[in-house]
Design a binder for this molecule. Sequence first.
Ligand code: ACO
Length: 336
Amino acid sequence: MYNSRFAGLGYYVPENVVTNDDLSKVMDTSDEWIQERTGIKERRHVIKGEETTMTMGVKAAEQAIERSGLDKDEIDFIVFATLSPDYYFPGPGVMVQKELGLKRTVGALDVRNQCSGFVYAVSVADQYIKTGMYKNILVIGSETHSPGLDFTTRGRGVSVIFGDGAGAAVLTREEDNSKGILSTHLHSEGEHAEELALIAPGMGRHWVTDIIKNNDPEETSYWPYMNGQFVFKNAVVRFSEVIMEGLKTNELSPADIDMLIPHQANLRISQFIQGKFKLSDDQVHNNIMKYGNTTAASIPIALTEAWELGKVKEGDLVVLAAFGSGFTWGSVIIRW
Ligand code: ACO
C-alpha cells in the first residue's frame, strides 16, 4: 500500500466583493448581526455569465497542477465536489477534463457531500492512490451559491452566510508511509437530511413540472433551508469527535496538531473547536471573514491560503475537518 500526499494546491475566488452593508441594502440585516453571529465581513459572488462552478474549478486546478510540478497529462483521475453544479447532469468533473485538456478518457467522479465534499473527495482519491490504481489525482471543491440564494429578508438566515469560490489539490503517490495522508474518517447521519437541504427541483415530491405549472411565489422548496441552531449544535459535537477519532487512530493527541483547517461554516464553530483543543491562533487557519462559507471549496481555499502564508510546512501535522448537510462529516490527518 502507498500513501498519498498533497503535491500542489490552488484556489480562485470571483473578484466581485459583497459586503455585509451591501446585503443590508436588500434585506433586513446588519453588519453587526452578521459579524457577531458568524464572523463574516464579506464574501464573493460571481457575475452572471462570467464565472461558474466549473470555470472557477478549472482556474483553481490550473494553479494546483502547475504547483505540483506535474504535466497535466500525468493526471490519472478527477474528483469534483460541489452542491452547485453548472448542469443538473452531467457533473462538472467531465467538463473540467475537457476544459483543462486532460487525457481524453481519464475518469471523472462527482462527489455530492456538501460542506464535507472536499474531505470525502480527498478520502476517495486517497483510497485509489493507496491501492495503486491511480498515481496523480486532481481533487476540486467549487461552489456557486449566490444565484440560488433568497436575498430577501425571508432568506436572511441562510443567504448572508454563503459565498462563491473554488479550491483544488493534486494528490500524488508517496512511497514513504510516514508521510502524506495518514488516515481519513467519514460519517453521515441521514436522519437529519432535511435540517439543511435544498429540496427542489428534485425527482421526489417536488417535480420541476409542478413547480413551473403552479408558479407559486410562496413556494420555498427551491431555496436552501437550514435549521441554524440545530446544525450549529451538531457541528460542534461532530467536528470534535471526528478530529479526535483521526488523532487517536494515529496515536496522536490535540497537542500534536500544527495546523487545523476547519471547514469555514461559522467562525464561532471554529473558535469553539480551537478552545476545546487548546490551540493557539497560529494553529488554526480561518478565512470565513473574507469569503463566507464556500461549502466544498472552503477547506481547499483555506489550506492553499495557509500554505501560501508559510503556515503549513514539511513535517507539520495538518488536520482537515468538515461538517455539513446530510448530515455528513469527516476528517483528514496529514503529515505534511
Ligand atoms: N440578520 C438579522 N437577523 C437575522 C438574520 C440576519 N441575517 N438571520 C436570522 N436573523 C434573526 C432570526 O430571524 C431570529 O430572529 P427572531 O429571534 O426574532 O426569530 C434571530 O436572528 C436568531 O436566529 P437564529 O437562526 O436562531 O440565529 P443563530 O444565532 O442560530 O445564527 C446561524 C444563525 C448563523 C445560521 C447559525 O445558526 C449557524 O451558523 N449555524 C450553523 C451553520 C453551519 O454550520 N452550517 C453547516 C455547513 S453549511 C452546508 O453544509 C451547506
